[in-house]
Design a binder for this molecule. Structure first.
Ligand code: PSV
Ligand code: MN
Length: 401
């Protein structure tokens, strides 16, 4: 039998972290509590605008998607809920869908209306010039609010493709006012305690302007609506040089950070695996959150961590397991930052030492810690290997072909 080297590494890590004054049990609990919601749409066939590659194993319907999400949860322990997209996940009985999810060991999380695929939305949805199209879009969101009640979800996640492609196509201020009006009608119907997340995106599918181009516009809409409306930061929806951790910190301070769609901004959109290009960025985002969580002056954070990725060339389930595992590790690294030392070096105006504090945590190999947590929870320490050996791929390929 192969020696499990990670166990020795864990003992060394434990000693090292104790010397650094880290409370390992607290860190473990925080990692165990982290819920990284996976998207139902990430389990289906996907493509670029050039081609969709049909995979024999890909989920065919919402039931398959829940099963795949449940498999990821079973192996990682970090993704106990799944976001749905209406009408992609439309079904005749949402009560039954909720029961199915529960039987599989997952919950239904954010409900995402689709305000971009219908022909009527060619010139926009909630900001469309024609009031009958706006009404149709608002009605669709109302339908999604009903779904939320039936599946027991408390998150409505809104992303619009609204915008224009050419100068002069429409009036910016009129669009802003129409959107404000549609949003406020939706907000009035929100169930008590539910969150309305407003996502922004700098371009695509509209390329001249998008109606919610950045976090500041999103925040402005939220502030006008009320405290149930919060900003959704999709890590992919930023232009190349954008400092996302700064945005995150700013939103925390404004009590307006509602959640994330994790992926990567390499091509300023979603769909690349979180941490595949710049894991340091995700670590720095978590650092801002962890720091705020330990600050008594910061109100309790209520952040929905969601993945928004549709993998095209990677195996969809492996990519999702890889994502959850990566996010767990990057969160763990943020949890072991010596915040007191960081604060001290900031006061000392010593950027080298301050950066060293962050690097010390980032460069710590936390893999044995995540493995230890997996084993404590009765899971395999190597979720990807366990997945490959589980026979699940063979099973779904046969069933779904
Ligand atoms: C749009 O690019 C987006 O990020 C929105 O979150 C959608 O809901 C999701 O992708 C799926 O289309
Ligand atoms: Mn998104």
């Amino acid at each position: 039998m192969m020696k499990e080297v990670w166990k020795d590494k864990y003992e060394i890590l434990k000693e090292e972290l104790a010397q650094r004054g880290v409370n390992l049990e607290e860190v473990k609990e925080s990692i165990k509590d982290l819920n990284i919601e996976t998207p139902s749409w990430g389990y289906s066939n996907a493509g670029t605008r050039f081609a969709t590659f049909e995979e024999a194993y890909a989920a065919r319907n919402v039931e398959d998607r829940l099963e795949d999400a449940a498999k990821v949860q079973e192996l990682t322990g970090g993704s106990p809920s799944v976001a749905i997209h209406i009408p992609w996940d439309k079904t005749s009985d949402y009560g039954k869908l909720r029961e199915k999810a529960e039987r599989l060991g997952v919950e239904i999380g954010a409900v995402n209306p689709n305000l971009f695929e219908d022909y009527d939305y060619k010139f926009g949805s909630l900001a469309h010039p024609d009031s009958s199209v706006r009404q149709k879009a608002v009605d669709h969101v109302f339908e999604c609010i009903d779904v939320m009640r039936e599946v027991n979800s408390d998150v409505l996640s809104l992303w619009l493709a609204d915008g224009t492609n050419y100068p002069g196509q429409d009036d910016f201020r009129d669009r802003k006012n129409r959107l404000e009006n549609s949003f406020s009608r939706i907000y009035d119907e929100l169930p008590d305690g539910a969150k309305m997340l407003i996502e922004y995106k700098p371009f695509e599918p509209a390329f001249y302007h998008t109606d919610i181009a950045d976090w500041g516009m999103s925040l402005n809409y939220c502030n006008k609506l009320g405290e149930q409306a919060k900003v959704l930061v999709d890590t992919g929806h930023h232009l190349k040089g954008t400092n996302i951790e700064h945005i995150v910190s700013f939103l925390i301070d404004e009590v307006a950070l509602g959640g994330f769609h994790f992926n990567n901004k390499k091509y300023a959109d979603d769909d690349l695996t979180t941490g595949s290009i710049n894991p340091y960025e995700i670590f720095l985002i978590f650092q801002e959150i962890v720091k705020a969580e330990s600050d008594p002056d910061v109100e309790d954070l209520d952040i929905s961590y969601m993945v928004d990725q549709m993998h095209i060339i990677k195996n969809k389930l492996e990519a999702m397991i890889q994502t959850v595992n990566t996010v767990q590790k990057l969160y763990a690294k943020a949890l072991i930052v010596n915040q007191t030392a960081l604060e001290e070096e900031q006061k000392n105006l010593n950027p080298v030492k301050a950066e060293e504090v962050l690097k010390e945590a980032y460069e710590t190999d936390v893999d044995p810690l995540i493995k230890k947590i997996m084993v404590e929870e009765g899971r395999s320490p190597e979720p990807l290997k366990a997945f490959r050996e589980s026979g699940y791929m063979e099973k779904i390929t046969q069933e779904r072909s």
